[in-house]
Design a binder for this molecule. Sequence first.
Ligand code: TRP
Length: 452
Amino acid sequence: MSKQPTSRSNFGSKFGTVATAAGSAVGLGNIWKFPYEAGQNGGGAFLLIYILCVLLFGLPIMISEFAIGRRARANVAGAFRKLSGTRSWGIVGLLGVITAFLILGFYFVVAGWSLEYVYQAASNAFVGKTPTDLSQAFVNFSTDTFQPLFWTVIFICANAFVLLAGVEKGIERISKILMPFLVLILILLSIRAITMPNGSAGLQFFFAPDFSKITPNVILSALGQAFFSLSLGMGCMVTYGSYIRKDNNLTKTALHVISVDTLIAILAGVAIFPAVFSLGINPAQGPELVFITLPNVFTHMAGGYIWAILFFLLLAIAALTSTISLQEVITAYVSEEFKLQRKKVIVGSSVVLIIVSSLCSLSLGVGSKLTIGGMRLFDLFDFTSSKLFLPLGALLISIFIGWFYNPKKIRDEISNQGKLSTKLFPVYYFLMRYFVPIAIIAIFLNELGLFN
Ligand code: TRP
């Protein structure tokens, strides 16, 4: 079963802990998924609900996942079993592993797209193209049978390679350099986008909430996006929590991670929506939004050639630090639960993921006729992970903390055995015991049409 505490390596520094968790959180979710979800769900209205979800659900759940992981020092399933003292709570771990496969299935495809765009940027493929040309080029590429697969497989191999080489230290280092660069380049892009003709219409769309746009669907989308972007609801932060040092202030770490993650998502919105409105692109386009918008901005930027290469490269690296955290959930679970060598589990799961991602990629082109519930496989994986499995995982975590686990023990863990202030603990506990589970159940019931 789970290893002894001493055999699990710890994160080095405080900043290293934040950087690694932020490396998991910041990824395609911020730069690719957030803008297209916001575009499809009413812009400002979505942003407002999203921020509320981050604060009311994201923060307490992230603190909980860290605390559960650090207390148990085991993979997700092991952690829940250990702390609950019963086998049945291990189900949360299994659910997390299934969710990881679903997410990685489409995530690797989009990560592959970002590699293709590094290549296109480097071969100067954006220059002299109109917005229509650039959209068409993306459609041609993403519906092609082999080209996207090629990049996806390269990405999966790179991911496996990093995992095989050992996780913690490398990621800590990469993330520390990555974040500041990503913020810098997004700021430059934002400035360029805002100053494009009619760019202010995009800011209006993104920041001015139109309250009539707030529907139950927008709320579920924002909730799912908050979990997705913060890597919550499937035990990813439980697994990372198991590597956090005993003297780390978990609340502060969670606040830092959440701030960085939300800042980068908002910056991505500011970089994209003004350009979308300036170029007359439909903000509700869907998953292609970022890939058809930003190349246009680069063609209008001084030094655009270099910035474009750098941007898509950083996007790919940000995606990599996220996919590593996702596949680490699978690796830790399978190797500890079934006592298999990590190496074998990494290779085995990568092979399975090559097959799953290939199917997702093909579902956009040759396989687009094959739909389930009106959704292509790619969209189905995206939908079920964010809107079903992550909220379900979060619900189980809140029920565990709020109703099963001893409140004194969780307070001890969060306050480092009383060394930190416990003044805000009742607020945290109220959110976990009542607000989070009731709100998620209400959103689910509504989705099933029970309130109509
Ligand atoms: N949060 C990452 C992103 O925004 C994706 C991710 C990594 C994730 N680990 C996760 C999503 C765990 C859900 C659960 O790109």
